[in-house]
Design a protein around this ligand. Structure first.
Ligand SMILES: Nc1nc2c(c(=O)[nH]1)N[C@H]1C(S)=C(S)[C@@H](COP(=O)(O)O)O[C@H]1N2
Ligand SMILES: [Mo]
Length: 429
């Protein structure tokens, strides 16, 4: 198999390390090195290739199933079971980010964290109560809430412990993107704005917080500022068009756009309106972070601006020198991603990646940039900036602010090392 020649004159290098400008690249009609894991170069086609009909064109195919499944040839696209530093009764599954494209995570591949397993709850048996500092305590059946007005938004959800291995391990753990960064996913979430229910119950003037409790064995509890519930929180009943899955909190979960995963209480059944947070066990033990000076930060809600290159990425193998499309995901819990820069020389020089629109609020954004790999050692970085000018810190900057053992809210610039043999591995710059 021979590869077409690339007209290098038309490829404008925007930076050292082989990053290319997309516009000139597309015009040149140059060929990419195909799939990273399994090289298969394009070939010249001839009419003859189509003369022998394959078996599947000679016999009738099968009918559709009641609920469709991915192709049986895609069996290696699945979640992985265990995150680093996950222990005890916690269970979970990691999204295979590097095996997906676009920005939507298929529901069956959404990451999960359960502090006490998945409860078996029928929609018809589930109720939600709002009580405490309200004029009128109320209880709704799910079937009633399903008739309320709903909104839909495409937004990410990230566990505050995502990427923890890079935060605490002195040597970069050698693993895939799934294992290192797979506790973030993005779905279309549809549900009832909390504001409607709070107004119906009537909030007392001195109320500030709402204690939200799940109906799972661990009675997961987080206190949420009342203001967030008024701003953009929803009770989510649907995910990617269908009812949310048991993994995600069926029949109903709290969805707080941009806030750390654990506050998005699944299987929610009780909301107590209060004037100060109840200091639940999880709030104090798990979801507070120590600074370098030993100060404890509680109620660190926002998942800050972050990005990761998913292709090429950890444990992948580049088949040959040539032109690749670097692709990745960026997100910010504070708003829209404004810019993603990519470096192929460990941060000496940077070039702007293309953001695939529409760029949505507190959502995944897909970024891409063409890159010519010359077969040398290379270090690939991505650095995202959000609409408020927040920019991803370096690992050193992040570590300088946090205690050595703090692992939550790690959003530092991620680095992939590409060896001269084309092997991609986790790296610190
Ligand atoms: N009731 C309940 N809600 C919960 C949890 C839980 O264990 N029980 N886990 C939390 C954590 S730590 C995270 S990161 C998110 C994960 O949501 P997902 O499993 O839908 O991805 O749910 C949060 N909500
Ligand atoms: Mo989490």
């Amino acid at each position: 198999m021979k590869r077409n020649k690339v007209d290098t004159k038309q490829l404008i290098e925007v930076s050292r390390g082989g990053l290319l400008e997309r516009r000139s690249f597309l015009k040149s009609g140059a060929m990419f090195v195909a799939t990273i894991a399994a090289p298969s170069m394009s070939q010249a086609a001839s009419a003859k290739d189509f003369s022998a009909l394959p078996e599947h064109m000679k016999t009738p195919g099968t009918p559709s199933e009641a609920y469709g499944q991915p192709s049986k040839y895609e069996k290696d696209v699945h979640r992985k079971g265990q995150a680093f530093f996950q222990s005890g009764i916690f269970t979970g599954a990691l999204t295979p980010l590097e095996k997906l494209r676009g920005i939507i995570t298929p529901s069956g591949l959404h990451f999960t964290i359960h502090h006490n397993g998945i409860p078996d709850i029928a929609s018809d048996n589930h109720q939600l109560m709002i009580h405490g500092m309200v004029d009128k305590p109320l209880k709704w059946d799910v079937s009633t809430l399903l008739n309320y007005p709903m909104v839909s938004r495409i937004q990410f959800l990230e566990c505050s412990g995502n990427s923890a291995a890079n935060a605490v391990s002195d040597d970069p753990v050698q693993a895939s993107t799934t294992s290192l960064h797979g506790q973030v996913s993005c779905s279309e979430w549809t549900g009832v704005p909390l504001k409607l229910l709070l107004d119906e119950a009537g909030i007392k003037p001195k109320a500030q917080w709402v204690m939200c409790e799940g109906a799972d064995g661990g009675s997961h509890v987080r206190n949420v500022p009342l203001q967030k519930l008024y701003d953009d929180a929803i009770l989510a009943f649907y995910q990617n068009g269908e009812r949310i899955r048991p993994d995600q909190g069926y029949p109903v979960r709290l969805f707080l756009p941009g806030f750390e995963g654990n506050m998005n209480v699944k299987w929610i059944h009780r909301m107590e309106v209060v004037d100060s947070p109840s200091q639940s066990k999880d709030e104090q033990s798990l979801y507070a972070e120590f600074t370098k000076e030993g100060a404890l930060h509680q109620f660190t809600f926002f998942m800050d601006v972050k990005s990761v290159i998913t292709s090429p990425s950890g444990e992948q193998q580049l088949p040959a020198n040539g032109i690749y499309e670097i692709a990745g995901l960026a997100w910010s819990g504070r708003g829209r991603v404004k810019r993603v820069e990519v470096s192929a020389d460990a941060g000496k020089t940077w070039a702007d990646a293309t953001l695939e629109g529409p760029v949505m609020n507190k959502s995944f954004v897909r970024f891409t940039i063409p890159w010519r790999w010359r077969g040398n050692n290379a270090i690939l970085l991505s650095r995202a900036t959000d609409e408020f000018g927040n920019i991803q810190p370096t690992r050193a900057e992040w570590k300088a602010k946090n205690a050595d053992y703090t692992f939550n809210h790690y959003n530092a610039i991620n680095a992939w090392h590409v060896s001269s043999a084309g092997k991609v591995s986790n790296f610190y710059v």
